[in-house]
Ligand binder design. Structure first.
Ligand code: FPP
Length: 233
C-alpha cells in the first residue's frame, strides 16, 4: 500500500464557480458563494491532515476585467468571510496571510483583512494564505523593484525569494487546479518551480473530503526528484 505523504504547503487554483452555477441555472454569484464554502472545507481538511500551509488563489490581477457587479460581489464576500470566519480561524490558532496588492481593494474589505492580520500575528498553527489581486509576474516585478530601491547590485535566488510575498515560507509542494483547465494562470510563478501539478475535473464548489483524499493519494504517488535521478536508480 502507498504511504500517504502530507504536503508541507498545498496551493489551490479555485476555478469553475461560474460553470458550477450555470449548470444549475443559478447566478455566478451563487457559484462563488459555494466556492467560499469549498475554501472552508479545504482549510479544515488541510488542518486535519497536518498540512503546514495552504494557499488559495481568490482574485487575480486579471480578474478586474470581469463585470463590475461580479467584482463587487466577490469583494463583499471576502469581507463577509473575513468578518465571519477568519476571526474563528484566528481563535483556532491559524496564521492568516494575504498576498497581492491590497491597495486596490475596497477600503472596507481591507479594513476587515487588516484586523484579522493583527489579531492572528502571534498564532502558531497552519498558515492560510489568500491571494487577492495577486499576479505571479507582478510579484516578481515588485521583488525586483524592492531590490533596486535597496541599492542591491547583484542578486541570487535567495535575494529574490526573500523579496516575494512568501519570503521564508516553503514553496508549494503541490498546486491543485479545479475544473479541468491545465495551466497556472500567473499563480506563484516563482514558487512553482518544483511543485507537483494536479488538475482535477471537479468544479471548485464540489471540492469536499473525498476530493481532498484523492489529492493526497495522487500526491503520494508522485516521485519528486528535483532534477535528480530516481532514488532507486
Ligand atoms: C474562478 O471561477 C473563481 C474565481 C475567480 C474567484 C474565486 C473566489 C472565491 C472562491 C470566493 C472568494 C474568496 C474568498 C477568499 C472568500 P470562475 O468564476 O472563473 O468560474 P468559471 O471559469 O466556471 O466561469
Amino acid at each position: 500500500m502507498q504511504e500517504t505523504k502530507i504536503p508541507r504547503h498545498i496551493a489551490f487554483i479555485m476555478d469553475g464557480n461560474g460553470r458550477w452555477a450555470k449548470k444549475r441555472l443559478l447566478p455566478r454569484k451563487a457559484g462563488h458563494r459555494e466556492g467560499v464554502a469549498a475554501l472552508r472545507r479545504m482549510t479544515d481538511e488541510c488542518e486535519k491532515a497536518g498540512v503546514g500551509m495552504v494557499s488559495f488563489y481568490a482574485f487575480s490581477t486579471e480578474n478586474w476585467t470581469r463585470p463590475q457587479e461580479e467584482i463587487d460581489a466577490l469583494f463583499k464576500m471576502v469581507k463577509e468571510f473575513a468578518d465571519k470566519y477568519l476571526d474563528e480561524y484566528v481563535k483556532r490558532g491559524l496564521r492568516i496571510m494575504f498576498m497581492g496588492d491590497l491597495t486596490k481593494l475596497p477600503p472596507e474589505t481591507v479594513e476587515s483583512l487588516k484586523k484579522i492580520m493583527i489579531s492572528a500575528k502571534d498564532n502558531k498553527g497552519m498558515i492560510v494564505n489568500l491571494a487577492l489581486n495577486y499576479g505571479g509576474r507582478d510579484e516578481i516585478v515588485r521583488a525586483v523593484n524592492k531590490i533596486i530601491s535597496a541599492g542591491v547590485r547583484e542578486v541570487d535566488r535567495q535575494v529574490l525569494s526573500d523579496c516575494m510575498y512568501t519570503a521564508g515560507l516553503p514553496d508549494p509542494d503541490v498546486i491543485v487546479r479545479s475544473s479541468g483547465e491545465k495551466r497556472l494562470s500567473n499563480f506563484m510563478l516563482w514558487q512553482a518551480a518544483y511543485s507537483e501539478l494536479i488538475f482535477l475535473d471537479e468544479y471548485w464548489p464540489d471540492f469536499d473530503a473525498a476530493v481532498f483524499k484523492k489529492i493526497l493519494e495522487e500526491y503520494s504517488k508522485r516521485d519528486r526528484r528535483y532534477g535528480n535521478v530516481r532514488r532507486t536508480d
